[in-house]
Ligand binder design. Structure first.
Ligand code: NAD
Length: 358
């Protein structure tokens, strides 16, 4: 029997609650499709700070590197907000992605048809099956560039730097082209090339690469226009490829189109098969411990894990179908509740998904 080693980084806030449900779902799918998952739990974020004083302990990195995939809940919370930036839980998040060489973040913004009403956009704007994939660069750009404080003629000032080299741009755009090839063969490269030099290099590079993907229709869009187009006409998009900071903002915007941040999965990938899978939402400290968090984004992240790291396509499909099924039957967590549907707790939602896996 095939076995895969999965590191669980439950993290903070609702992290442990949602990961616990996702693990049960993975086990059920694995048992039906004939493989076994071995789990190791490690510390990240606030939980790691409390235990070790730092957000990303060395043995977390070592264990993740040895694994086949990593499942992350979420990190962060009020308790650690006053710590210096490099010691905050979020530093652990950026650090683990970087340590594992995960430079591509794949974020689907997909609407399950029973949740169409949850979208703040009109039905005619979202259409039948809205399905956008945002491919975001993860380990470069302004979040990792030089930064500092300085004295600007007596006025306190600060700066951050956006920098990309051609290799960084090539490898993320390659992921974008490859994803487009598997989908509707449309790739939109989003930048700010009218202002930023780094964006002009990005645009030159992606244009040059397009020759190798003659079947993919490449287009370009400025990030401000893209932010607008995502709410004006989201159906025009298939795959969007963009930088770290633009992708961070656009994927949150896209998540709202689909109705709930609690529904959206993500995969972070590098050159090999190892990937880190996590919901796009945070640790939701406002609802932590209440047992009402939506576990579906984490469960759908496991489906992405099966697809991208294990090539267990059938098991991945089974999880996604189970989620669709449960929604079809009118089961909801509080965040996606609409009149006439049944509200379930985090645990109850996990059980419904498990029961629907076939
Ligand atoms: P958040 O995503 O945690 O919460 C935003 C809102 O969405 C809250 O009202 C929350 O209750 C709700 N929400 C989020 N996930 C939900 C779920 N699964 N089910 C039901 N409701 C859900 O964002 P925030 O409040 O800006 O950040 C809280 C903390 O999380 C901060 O410390 C932040 O730095 C951190 N954060 C972590 C990650 C990560 O771990 N990947 C991502 C974003 C924010």
């Amino acid at each position: 029997m095939k076995e895969y080693n999965v590191v669980l980084l439950k993290g903070d806030g609702i992290g442990p609650e949602i990961v616990d449900q996702a693990v049960k779902v993975m086990d059920k799918a694995a048992s039906i499709y004939g493989f076994k998952l071995n789990y190791t739990e490690k510390l990240l974020g606030g939980a790691a700070i409390d235990e070790t004083g730092i957000p990303l302990p060395e043995d977390t990195i070592i264990e993740c590197k040895k694994s086949d995939a990593v499942l992350l809940g979420a990190v962060g919370g009020y308790k650690w907000e006053t710590l210096p930036g490099n010691l905050r839980p979020e530093a652990g998040l950026l650090g683990i992605r970087s340590a594992l060489g995960l430079f591509a973040n794949l974020r689907p913004a997909k609407i399950f048809s029973p949740l169409r009403d949850a979208s703040p956009l009109r039905q005619d704007i979202i259409g039948e099956n809205l399905d956008i994939l945002i491919v975001r660069e993860l380990t470069g750009g302004i979040y990792f560039g030089e930064r500092g404080r300085l004295d600007d003629n007596g006025i306190p000032a600060a700066y951050d730097t956006e920098k990309y080299n051609v290799e960084q741009i090539r490898r993320i755009c390659k992921k974008g082209f490859e994803a487009a090839m598997k989908r509707n063969k449309k790739l939109c490269s989003v930048d700010k090339a009218n202002v930023l030099e780094s964006s002009r290099l990005w645009r030159e590079t992606v244009t040059e690469m397009a020759k190798d993907y003659p079947d993919v229709e490449l287009s370009y869009m400025y990030v401000d226009n893209c932010a607008m187009q995502l709410v004006r006409n989201p159906k025009q998009f298939d795959v969007i490829v963009t930088s770290n900071i633009f992708g961070d903002i656009l994927s949150d915007e896209a998540s709202m189109i689909s109705g709930s941040i609690g529904m959206l999965a993500s995969a972070s990938l590098g050159d090999g098969k190892l990937g880190l899978y996590e919901p796009i939402h945070g640790s939701a400290p406002d609802i932590a411990g209440q047992g009402i968090a939506n576990p579906l984004a984490t469960i759908l992240s496991c489906a992405m894990m099966f697809r991208y790291s294990f090539d267990e396509t059938k098991a991945a499909d089974a999880i996604e179908n189970a989620v669709a099924n449960v929604l079809e039957k009118g089961y909801r967590t509080k965040d996606i509740y609409t009149e006439g549907t049944n509200v379930l707790s985090t645990k109850e939602m996990g059980i419904k998904v498990i029961e629907s896996i076939e």
